[in-house]
Write a new protein. Structure first.
Length: 118
């Protein structure tokens, strides 16, 4: 049984938006930094965003801030990734990650497929 469960993927037309969700057990969620990654066919896994345990701090790699917005609802033990202005090149499996450098823990979800049609 997966510790992290992603949802919200699907088929969407270019220019549309999606909000992905990732639910985690409270014991994991509250003590871990959360992140989103994606992997397109034939490509390496790509980092998209992270958010701190309190949600006060977010981090995006260069070129990702703006179209990708990470947020978390600690009351629901859920982290979200809003993706706007979707492009066909956004087609990938999107993964949620929960990690704690201090505790040396690292968990990944099974992924949710996002397919963007042109």
């Amino acid at each position: 049984q997966a510790l992290l469960v992603e949802s919200g993927g699907g088929l969407v037309q270019a220019g549309g938006s999606l909000r992905l969700s990732c639910a985690a057990p409270e014991s994991t969620f509250s003590s871990h930094t959360m992140g989103w990654y994606r992997q397109a066919p034939g490509k390496e896994r790509e980092f998209l965003a992270t958010i701190s345990r309190t949600g006060d701090n977010t981090y995006y790699p260069a070129g990702k801030e703006g179209r990708f917005v990470i947020s978390r609802d600690n009351a629901k033990d859920t982290v979200y990734l809003q993706i706007n202005s979707l492009k066909p090149e956004d087609t990938a499996v999107y993964y949620c990650r929960a990690f704690s450098l201090e505790q040396g823990l690292d968990y990944w979800g099974q992924g949710t497929q996002v397919t963007v049609s042109s």
